[in-house]
Ligand binder design. Sequence first.
Ligand SMILES: Cc1ncc(C[n+]2csc(CCOP(=O)(O)OP(=O)(O)O)c2C)c(N)n1
Length: 617
Amino acid sequence: MKKKAIRRFDLNKPFHPSDIKDLREEELELLSEDIRKNIIENCAKNGGHLASSLGATDLIVALHHYFDLPKDKIIFDVGHQAYAHKILSGRTLENLRKKNGVSGFQKREESVFDPYEAGHSSTSISAAMGMALARDLKGESYQVIAVIGDSSFSNGLAFEALNNLGSFKHKVIVIINDNNRSIGKAVGSTNNYFEKFRLSRSYLNLRKKYRALKKYRATRWFYRLTSGIKNYFKRLFVRKNLFSLSDIYFISNVDGHDFGALERVFGYAVNAPSSVVIHVTTTKGKGYAPAEKDVVGHWHGVEPFDIKTGKPLKKLDPKYTCWSGVYADLLKEKMASDPKMVLINPATMVGSKIDDLLESYPDRVFDVGISEEHGAVFAAGLAANGIHPYYSIYSTFLQRSYDQVSHDIARMDLNVTLLVDRVGLPEEDGETHAGIYDVAYLMSIPNVAIAMAKDQVEAKELFDFSIKYEHPLAIRYPRGQTLIMNNKKVKALKLGEWKLENKGKDIAIISYGPIVNELLTNYKDYTIINAVFLRPIDEPLLRTLKDYSHIVIYDIYGTKEGFASLVLNALNDLNYEGRLRVMALPNKFIAHGSAAEQLKDCQCTLDDLDKLVKKLK
Ligand SMILES: Cc1ncc(C[n+]2csc(CCOP(=O)(O)OP(=O)(O)O)c2C)c(N)n1
């Protein structure tokens, strides 16, 4: 018999979504391999969420092959693992995360194959339930599928959804993609729970071979005889699981790299009368050895890199260090000198450069997993009982802890220091990852002081200040690099005191953060004020500006509703009679691109400032 030709696709051109439908298993395997190569090449060029996307590729290929997309709807939790989904729905990764290129997450305006959007984790089950109810109310018929990682599954929001799913009459299919990793190591009891019944990959391979016995007449009798006995013992020994007390069907240990196994359970899930949770095991980073081996999380999200060596393409200037590293070093010193110092972080230890602290001080450093709310209240509990904790968290994820900062930390006026990492424009991650809203929302909460340093020395000054400060304090810092300034003298800061960095006349520019260094280089004739504390503001210093003809507030790390509005209100109260100009980020969701492009689109570049200032003269 003539062997059928194998079909391959050029994935640098848009893939036609229906082309997957009649592929055979061996062709699906090759397609997956080609997709993984394409993901590696494009992440090496553009950066991106490499390891998660490689691990989920086979699962996504099987989903596209089996389900009727886009009629059936898949919601990817976070959405960072869905690069294969982008390719199979006709998008190329050529300009992944670049301005006007495809986003790194699901995006409704990008494709009808993206029914929902995320970037923050653990929303997929709730969203799927909403979509399923809407489907049934409208009398429509299709499947709604949520794909969620094992660590995202451990978050409270996912558990709230599951709690409701048990009695929910509108069917959804939840697929837990268990790769036994978060960004780095997976933590917590949910992971321990998965650990209990997660089967090893060699067992899964053996099981695949065993199941193949039923295909052939010569071995079928053996399969039938032994599988009955095996199932009897399995029922005896398999313990009750999380779902056994509800109407939800639970299927565990499906090999997420085995198309046959995946499609078999998809069939079962589609025919089941109520919601189904399928636990699938995959290998994070599959197809790229350094990413497969990585347990720390370096290959979760990557900057452009050399595929052969795995080294980043960007050469770092040894005179500079990253902001996260600056605060990590300060924390390190404090952890070593203070046996009661406690540090908490929700699943971003690697990004904030504090993962090694967890190893050195396992009793006082806590990676609480993706649990931003819990982390904040945990800190509040410590503070209420006499320990001053530091809560390290990305600005964008602090949004999740808003109520806990307000209701728990601020209301009781507790001495919790928030180390707010990644403030500023969202860069390549786009809308869901902006660190520009925290000042505006923290400002709405009484008792919270907010500060940001312009350089490494000031970071040390702020950190020293935080140690003695007995109330809630948020210290913000951006991503990116700052000049190393070892052995420089530090001064003691006073709450709310700003720094008059340069004394000029007529025009005063009030700003804060690293951009102040640029202002000092660019403007020798104007007064430059460094508002180290964004809140409370320095009213005595503001009063001294009453004779200036112009005051400009320049903020590239927050929206107009934040720092600028505080200063405007204060100047209003002080009856300032000169002219005021605000150049701050707009209250918008900012799409992915480079920081420079985003700043330009927001009309907040140094050139924009220069034009504005020149017009004032
Ligand atoms: C609320 C929230 N906190 C933190 C993050 C940062 N983050 C992105 S992916 C990720 C790990 C997700 O792990 P898992 O769900 O197991 O998926 P995997 O990447 O391993 O496939 C984290 C912590 C986030 N996106 N949202």
